[in-house]
Design a protein around this ligand. Structure first.
Ligand code: SF4
Length: 294
């Protein structure tokens, strides 16, 4: 492991540590969050590590997180299955309401340490820097200009800082009570850096990695690839059944509210197959006949 990179991440954690409260360390149960947990301990900063249980985490992740004595688990007041009925549609790549209900509400008004790495995706490169100030923080922008801090505004309207100089520190200090401030100490690490670091400190991370998983997240997450979702539902058929049941209840609820089922859905299984980007309606002889007469 590149010791310089490790030291840089430790220095970053020390530089942005809030004076008046511990960091909120967002612990997902994946390798990147293991890395920030170890780094926070090495840096000697005050932190509160929290895992937000989504109700669709893999059982292995639930057990792994529970095995971490310094991680607190937050249970949501609504499950994914109830949310689907309430929102009248499945969560999709574009409408990720589950993330905002089950994951992103936590840590508001806190300085949050995350394991976000830019190498993970192009959208992460655009959205994330060493520090992100979320939302549309007009006051933060004004303050950044006053301080002469170098910043960029991402598509979501958040401020992205890539330096950990005095201006950036002062800006974080100024903003952390009004906004959600994310500090990403391993933003420039590669996947190999993370594994080398964990192996150096004797952490094997979530056992799912040893079962061939490359990403730890919710079972069936619409942000995952189709292949990954198929694999997850083959391994966890109970989750598939629960989704189909939730989609059935969602269709019932739409009926009660007088809302027609969109996309020709008739059953929870239709919704499930649409959700997995399958052609859920088989073409029947009648369909062909109707097409011919049109
Ligand atoms: S399923 Fe995906 S989009 Fe929904 S909460 Fe989980 S990670 Fe977020």
């Amino acid at each position: 492991m590149d010791k310089q990179k490790e030291q840089k991440a430790i220095d970053r954690l020390r530089a942005f540590e809030p004076n008046d409260e511990p960091y909120y360390l967002a612990y997902s149960g994946g390798k990147d969050s293991d890395a920030i947990l170890i780094l926070a301990e090495l840096a000697g900063v005050e932190f509160e590590a929290v895992h937000n249980h989504t109700t669709v985490d893999a059982p292995e992740t639930v057990y792994y997180v529970r095995s971490k004595p310094n991680v607190k688990v937050n249970y949501p007041d609504i499950s994914m299955w109830q949310l689907i009925v309430k929102k009248l549609m499945p969560p999709t790549r574009i409408v990720r309401y589950c993330c905002s209900y089950l994951k992103e509400r936590a840590g508001t008004g806190r300085t949050v340490v995350t394991g976000v790495r830019q190498a993970e995706s192009a959208s992460r490169r655009e959205r994330s820097g060493l520090v992100n100030i979320l939302g549309k923080p007009k006051t933060a922008q004004k303050k950044a200009e006053e301080l002469g801090a170098q910043y960029a505004v991402n598509k979501q309207g958040g401020l992205v800082l890539n330096n950990d100089n005095d201006e950036a520190r002062q800006l974080v200090e100024h903003c952390h009570l009004q906004h959600k401030v994310m500090v990403n100490p391993i933003v420039d690490w590669t996947e190999a850096d993370v594994w080398e670091f964990l192996s150096h400190y004797g952490c094997r991370s979530n056992p799912l990695y040893e079962c061939g998983f490359t990403r730890i997240g919710c079972i069936g997450c619409p942000m995952a690839s189709k292949t990954a979702r198929y694999k997850e539902f083959a391994i966890y058929p109970k989750y598939k059944e629960n989704y189909i049941r939730a989609f059935d209840r969602m269709l019932e609820h739409r009926k009660e509210l007088g809302k027609p089922a969109s996309k020709g859905w008739e059953t929870g299984l239709d919704v499930f197959r649409w959700w997995l980007e399958e052609d859920f309606r088989q073409i029947t002889f009648d369909d062909l006949k109707n097409n011919e007469t049109e």
